[in-house]
Ligand binder design. Structure first.
Ligand code: AMP
Length: 321
C-alpha cells in the first residue's frame, strides 16, 4: 500500500524510507525583515532541505562548516537523525549570508555573501554514501554538484537546485549537472535566465530539453509549476497570515519533496505531484519563524493537518454544463 501524507510521517526513532543524500550549504545567516532582525542564525540550503526531508526519510548530509559553527546546531541536526558522517569540520569561518526582505516578502536583497570554508571545499563522500538512491544537490557551485555525482553509483533519482550566480557564471558546468538530473527546481527568474524564454511553459520545455524530465518552477507565494511528460501541475503555496521569514522556503520545499519521494519510492508523475504538495507543506512551516525555529517544534500531527488543509485548498467539483 502506498504511504499517505496524512498518515505516514516519521516517528522520533527515525524514518524508514530509502536514504536521501543532500549536499549544499550550511550557513550562519543574518536576516532583516521590515519588523525584525536576526544575526548569525542557523541557515544554509542543505540545512533547510535536510531538516525538512528528515520527517520522511533517513538523510545523509554532505557539506562543510568552520570551527565557529556552534555545537548546538550540529546537535539539532543530529536530533532529527540526520547522518553527519559527510559533514566536514575545518579550521576557518563558516559560510555566511545576509539578506533583507521588502515589505511583501517577495523581494529579497542579498546584503553579503562570504564563502569562507566553501572556497576550498571539495566534497568527499563517506564510502557508505556511494549507494544513495536519492540525491538532492542543493544550491552550490555546479562543479561541486558534479563532484558529488561522480561519487554516487547509479542513483535512482537526482534533483538539483541552482541560482542566477551559477547560471551566469558556470553555465557549461551547470548544463553537465542538468544532463544527469531527473528533476531541477528553480525560481521563475532563474528559469527565464537559463532558457532565454520569457514564457514559463516555454522555458520549462527548453529546460527539459537540457536533460531533466521534470522541471519545477517556483514562484514564491504564488506556488510552483511542475512540468513533465504528463503535462503541467500547479501546487499552491499555503496562504498564511503570519509570514515571519521566507528564508529557506525553497530549500524546505525541495527537501520535503525529496524526503517524500525517498520514503515512498514512487517517482512517477503522480508520485511527484504528491511529493510537491508535501514539500509545499514543509515550506509553509519554514516561513512561520526565523531560521529553522519552526521546525524545532514541528511534529507529525501538524504536518498531517497541513497536508489535509492543502487538499481542502484545491478541492473543487468537476465543472459540467
Ligand atoms: P532560499 O531562501 O531557499 O533561497 O535559501 C536561503 C539559504 O540559502 C540561506 O540560508 C543561505 O545561507 C543560503 N545561500 C544564500 N546564498 C547562497 C550561495 N551563494 N550558495 C549557497 N547557499 C546560499
Amino acid at each position: 500500500m502506498k504511504p499517505d501524507p496524512d498518515r505516514a510521517v516519521a516517528k522520533q526513532t527515525g524514518p524508514t524510507g530509502s536514504p536521501l543524500l543532500v549536499v549544499g550549504s550550511l550557513a550562519l545567516d543574518t536576516i532583516e525583515t521590515q519588523s525584525s532582525r536576526r544575526e548569525e542564525v542557523l541557515g544554509g540550503a542543505a540545512c533547510y532541505a535536510s531538516f525538512a526531508a528528515s520527517f520522511f526519510a533517513p538523510v545523509r548530509l554532505v557539506g562543510v562548516v568552520g570551527s565557529d559553527f556552534p555545537a548546538d546546531h550540529e546537535a539539532l541536526l543530529s536530533s532529527r537523525h540526520i547522518d553527519l558522517a559527510g559533514l566536514e569540520r575545518v579550521s576557518g569561518r563558516t559560510f555566511r549570508w545576509a539578506g533583507r526582505y521588502a515589505v511583501d516578502f517577495n523581494k529579497r536583497t542579498t546584503l553579503d555573501t562570504q564563502l569562507n570554508v566553501f572556497e576550498t571545499f571539495r566534497p568527499k563522500l563517506p564510502p557508505a554514501y556511494a549507494d544513495s538512491p536519492f540525491v538532492f544537490l542543493a544550491n552550490i557551485d555546479p562543479v561541486l554538484q558534479l563532484e558529488v555525482l561522480g561519487q554516487v553509483r547509479r542513483p535512482r533519482f537526482v534533483a538539483c537546485d541552482t541560482m542566477n550566480f551559477w547560471i551566469g557564471g558556470k553555465r557549461a558546468e551547470l548544463l553537465r549537472v542538468l544532463e544527469r538530473a531527473n528533476m531541477v527546481l528553480l525560481n521563475d527568474e532563474e528559469a527565464r535566465q537559463l532558457s532565454s524564454k520569457d514564457n514559463l511553459p516555454a522555458a520549462a520545455s527548453a529546460i527539459r530539453g537540457m536533460g531533466p524530465g521534470a522541471v519545477v518552477i517556483k514562484r514564491g507565494d504564488a506556488g510552483a509549476l511542475f512540468f513533465c511528460e504528463d503535462g503541467v501541475f500547479a501546487v499552491p503555496a499555503f496562504p498564511l497570515e503570519g509570514v515571519v521569514d521566507p528564508t529557506g522556503a525553497g530549500d524546505s520545499f525541495a527537501g520535503g519533496c525529496m524526503g517524500w519521494l525517498a520514503r515512498t519510492g514512487d517517482i512517477s508523475p503522480v508520485g511527484i505531484r504528491t511529493a510537491l504538495v508535501v514539500g509545499s507543506a514543509l515550506a509553509s512551516f519554514c516561513v512561520e519563524d526565523f531560521s529553522l525555529d519552526r521546525f524545532r517544534s514541528l511534529d507529525e500531527t501538524a504536518i498531517r493537518a497541513r497536508c489535509a488543509a492543502f487538499a481542502q485548498l484545491v478541492r473543487f467539483e468537476a465543472v459540467s454544463f
